[in-house]
Design a protein. Structure first.
Length: 374
């Protein structure tokens, strides 16, 4: 194809496509290989290769066209293995699932999606409201086939909404730190109070986050974010921390607005407590809930109510773990997920075993068959 340029660079590019949207799969996430219909002037020129941390087992990627590029990281897995589709939380991306995925790919096919405005999925003028992200998740599932949804925080809410409204493609739910309505006697933590305030006045939230990022720089910004969302920043392994910093370094001006808008939408969803509870209770899908005992953003006080709404779901509380169990204790969470999917495999309805990334309307924009050195 005239003008088709395939290039590699150790430095992750901007999320914005360099030319017409002709993204291809596979793409190893670590040195960010892409192919696009571009002119030679669009190809980046590097004076020298910067030192960039590489994941120990780079994932490959596909981009789906769902009103714009949607990035799906494919960590691989044996043919015919149960499929897990991981959905990240606020301000996160597919990068956050790396260690968790590595612990499961011996007997699962693990995929992770970047929602619009996160990771390698550009905002592209799309809404990041919960309901719109839930519809987008439905399109991703239509592309990859039936799967167990593994959702963290906001991603858990999206997975739950998908299973409640369109359960046909959802074989099971794994919900990490699922947002729940506050119980009346539960004091609001300072971290949660700050988030509520920033989301109540979006312009203030955008300005505050942008100012904080400029003042701290990517590395310290990520360290403090991990200190808030985990029991401590040091609870996350160094490789993952550096990959998160790398991701933050190539963010753009939309990131802070995306975070605030998405957070506001999640807050409104949970604030409609009666409707939210009915939605959870209506989910027909088998589920497992994993929660950190030290979660400062979604306190474990709501788990009793969740158990009452879904008495058939399994609940696991991890002592000493914060809001991000998959980052702090990836091997332990992976073990719980493996035990859960084994119960699904013996259930009456078989677990999904295919992930083709060959969609209906949500087309992979272009695919090239190339060997990727992993």
């Amino acid at each position: 194809m005239r003008g088709l340029v395939v290039f590699e660079t150790p430095a992750p590019p901007s999320r914005r496509p360099p030319g017409p949207a002709a993204w291809v799969a596979p793409v190893p996430i670590g040195y960010w290989r892409r192919a696009a219909v571009v002119s030679p002037a669009d190809v980046p020129v590097l004076d020298q290769e910067p030192a960039v941390p590489q994941p120990s087992r780079p994932a490959q990627s596909a981009f789906l066209d769902i009103g714009g590029p949607v990035h799906v990281a494919d960590h691989g897995g044996p043919p015919g293995a149960p499929v897990l589709l991981c959905v990240h939380g606020l301000g996160a991306s597919a990068v956050s699932w790396g260690r968790f995925a590595d612990a499961l790919t011996s007997d699962h096919r693990v995929l992770a999606v970047d929602l619009p405005g996160h990771g390698l999925s550009p905002r592209a003028g799309r809404s990041v409201a919960v309901r719109d992200n839930a519809r987008l998740l439905h399109e991703v599932l239509a592309a990859v086939g039936p799967a167990v949804l593994v959702g963290h925080s906001m991603g858990g809410a999206l997975a739950m909404l998908q299973a409640s409204s369109r359960p046909a493609h959802v074989r099971g739910l794994v919900l990490l730190a699922l947002p729940m309505p506050r119980v009346p006697w539960e004091p609001m933590t300072p971290a949660l109070a700050l988030r509520v305030a920033l989301c109540a006045w979006p312009w203030l939230g955008r300005t505050a986050l942008a100012t904080r990022f400029r003042r701290l720089g990517p590395e310290e910004f990520v360290r403090r974010a991990l200190a808030l969302t985990c029991s401590s920043a040091e609870a996350v392994d160094e490789e993952t921390r550096q990959l998160l910093v790398q991701r933050a370094e190539v963010g753009d001006a939309d990131d802070h607005a995306t975070f605030v808008e998405a957070a506001s939408s999640v807050g409104l969803l949970v604030a409609r407590a009666a409707v939210y509870r009915r939605t959870i209770a209506a989910v027909p899908t088998p589920g497992m809930v994993v929660h950190g005992g030290l979660d400062r953003l979604v306190p474990a006080a709501g788990l009793d109510e969740l158990a009452a709404l879904q008495p058939g779901w399994t609940t696991a509380v991890m002592p000493g773990v914060g809001h991000s169990p998959h980052l702090e204790a990836p091997d332990e969470v992976a073990g719980q997920v493996r035990a859960f999917t084994r119960t699904l495999a013996t259930a009456r309805r078989p677990i999904g075993t295919s992930a083709h990334l060959t969609p209906r309307r949500s087309a992979v924009l272009e695919v090239r068959e190339e060997a990727i050195v992993r």
